[in-house]
Design a protein around this ligand. Structure first.
Ligand SMILES: [Zn+2]
Length: 196
């Protein structure tokens, strides 16, 4: 029996076995979704032929087809460089993905959510890294040192700016990237030392 014969032979089970009944219902539901997604049973057969090998369906091809694919963000290739220490890149990567455990993100624990450095306002990543008076002072010195005139307000806009405003000097471009990653890492580490 061809695999698409099997695929189209599922019928809502009248079996008394509840487990089997559920399984077949799920298969029927998946089949109808696939047919809707491809437009017709013929289109499904065509794709199944593409995903097949002599021994049957190649699940890795099916997975690759259905796997959600996100467009690669430009900053992903910029922050992982040999000249940036991996621990700096890692914290910057977490920050860019909004994955650092700032107190705002831990509010569900019903703990104090105020900024660990200034205690003035809620500790969001935006506040902690840029708006906080302590961080602002650090950035002012870093920007002066590297000749960056623009004020930075979020990690994403800072990285985008560095990508867009590359100078002719590759050394300076590298220094700016290292400075960003190092400053973010140091601020995060300082914040953790204050808390713990
Ligand atoms: Zn603060």
């Amino acid at each position: 029996m061809e695999m698409w014969d099997v695929f189209f032979s599922f019928e809502v089970s009248t079996s008394r076995n509840p487990q089997q009944c559920l399984q077949v219902r799920a298969q029927v539901e998946i089949r109808s979704r696939i047919i809707t997604a491809f437009g017709s049973p013929e289109a499904v057969i065509e794709h199944m032929a593409e995903w097949s090998r002599s021994k049957g369906l190649d699940t890795s091809r099916v997975y690759e087809y259905f796997r959600p694919k996100r467009a690669k963000q430009p900053w992903q290739t910029v922050i992982w460089k040999a000249f940036i220490p991996p621990k700096y890149s890692f914290i910057l990567w977490l920050g860019l993905r909004g994955r650092l455990s700032t107190r705002e993100r831990l509010m569900f624990l019903q703990e104090d959510s105020s900024c660990s450095l200034c205690i003035n306002t809620q500790e969001t990543a935006k506040h902690l890294f840029f708006e906080c008076p302590f961080s602002n002072l650090v950035w002012t010195n870093i920007r002066q040192w590297l000749g960056i005139h623009r004020r930075m307000s979020t990690l994403l806009s800072a990285v985008k700016w560095l990508i867009k405003e590359k100078t002719r000097s590759s050394v300076q471009n590298k220094a700016r990237l290292i400075a960003l990653a190092c400053t973010v890492y140091s601020l995060w580490r300082h914040r953790n030392e204050v808390i713990f």
